[in-house]
Design a protein. Structure first.
Length: 317
């Protein structure tokens, strides 16, 4: 989609950073922090650093996708999604690339503190997260163009983000010292992994909607997303399965792990999820799916807030 000429420079940079996607970076951190509080391993400074680092990586990845999609010819005038600033000519490609490098550079600075606490596991997670963000649409084999984007989002915006946030807090209670080389006992739990499944599932729902909307233009650009490979029906089944997985997690935590019944609070967001699902099941055009994309980001944020409240309320009553 080509940008209009009346967009200011500031607006263009805001569009490139895509603040509407930030719940994908912040929600799993909130879930990881809430689990840490519930389990008695909360540590404020690592929690804040994890949030800042996650948001910087999210913004850097947004810049990377904007830049590399334009360079690779994936963003065309026929695309129905939100305006991309590189392809739309709003910001010079090299400046977007520098913004990507700057965002990732700041994430590395924040990450140095977390690496000191979390050691080798966090070093591996941080570097692989940045590399995965760049290679999603960049490099010789942009895996987002070959149907692997869904897996990347689920793993890094779910499992890795939640368990990593929990880990950098829990490790401070173990006496592991500076730069531990392994995972001390109790720093990664099954319950935390389930929280990662919930966050990852809802974050992946955002990508699924994006891929349904862009199926035809992605096919023309030879971008082989799962939607392009397997069609609308598969993507809708995938979307429904991801929602089901996210809403099964609170029940599993309550029934299987002994958390307070308040952990079921995320179920209150189910009506919003149902409204979005109805749109996804019936529509393929940008006019319908662009609002659904934003609403899914809101759903992820609401789910994470309710999840956190459900875990925190028993700690204060």
């Amino acid at each position: 989609m080509t940008a209009t000429a009346d967009v200011s420079r500031r607006q263009a940079w805001l569009m490139a950073a895509r603040p509407q996607t930030l719940p994908a970076g912040g929600a799993p951190v909130l879930i990881g922090v809430a689990l840490a509080v519930a389990d008695g391993v909360f540590a404020p400074l690592p929690a804040v650093a994890a949030l800042v680092g996650a948001l910087l990586i999210q913004i850097g990845t947004n810049f990377a996708n904007d830049y590399y999609d334009a360079v690779n010819g994936a963003d065309t005038d026929d695309r129905e999604g939100f305006t991309r600033v590189t392809a739309g000519g709003l910001i010079e490609p090299e400046r977007v690339k520098l913004a990507m490098i700057g965002s990732y550079g700041l994430a590395v600075v924040v990450g140095l503190y977390l690496v000191g606490i979390g050691g080798l596991p966090i070093l591996a997670v941080g570097l692989s997260s940045i590399l995965a963000g760049i290679l999603y649409t960049g490099g010789p084999y942009p895996y987002g163009y070959y149907g692997l984007g869904d897996l990347f989002v689920f793993v890094y915006f779910g499992l890795v983000a939640v368990t990593g946030t929990y880990y950098v807090q829990a490790v401070t209670t173990t006496g592991a010292g500076v730069f531990p080389l392994g995972l001390p006992a109790g720093t990664v739990t099954a319950a935390t992994a389930l929280g990662g499944v919930a966050a990852g599932a809802l974050a992946t729902c955002v990508l699924v909607i994006n891929n349904i909307r862009d199926l035809e233009t992605d096919r023309e650009a030879d971008k082989r997303t799962l939607a392009v490979k397997f069609g609308y029906r598969f993507s809708r089944v995938e979307f429904g399965g991801l929602l089901a997985a996210a809403y099964a997690v609170p029940a599993l935590l309550w029934l299987g792990f002994g958390y307070h019944i308040a952990v079921l609070l995320p179920l209150l967001s189910a009506p919003l999820a149902a409204r979005i699902a109805t749109i996804v099941l019936e529509q393929t055009d940008g006019e319908s799916l662009n609002p659904a994309l934003e609403q899914t980001g809101q759903l992820l944020a609401l789910y994470a807030i309710l999840f956190a409240v459900g875990l925190l309320v028993p700690e204060v009553i």
